[in-house]
Design a protein around this ligand. Structure first.
Ligand code: SF4
Length: 76
């Protein structure tokens, strides 16, 4: 098990859908189709949540494929 945090800089998000299409465990769209962290907190500017499981690689792949570099994944 790995504890890790996912943050989304929602001001940078262009709502391309890549993260929540490839990794719906961690990412989901809000009403505007900008991404938020599943089960996390969110406001207009950012969203964040922590996880403790074996799925960090999926989150990192979403981070790497985000065209806006809006996703930050950090191990705790
Ligand atoms: S991949 Fe990046 S730009 Fe695309 S919806 Fe997710 S956070 Fe937004």
């Amino acid at each position: 098990m790995v504890e890790y945090k996912i943050e989304i800089e929602r001001t940078l998000c262009i709502a391309c859908g890549s993260c929540y299409s490839s990794d719906p465990v961690h990412f989901e769209p809000d009403q505007t189709t900008k991404s938020t962290v599943v089960g996390g907190i969110a406001d207009e500017n950012s969203s964040a949540g922590t996880f403790n499981d074996e799925e960090i690689e999926a989150a990192k792949e979403a981070q790497d494929s985000c065209p806006a570099s809006a996703i930050i994944v950090t191990e705790q």
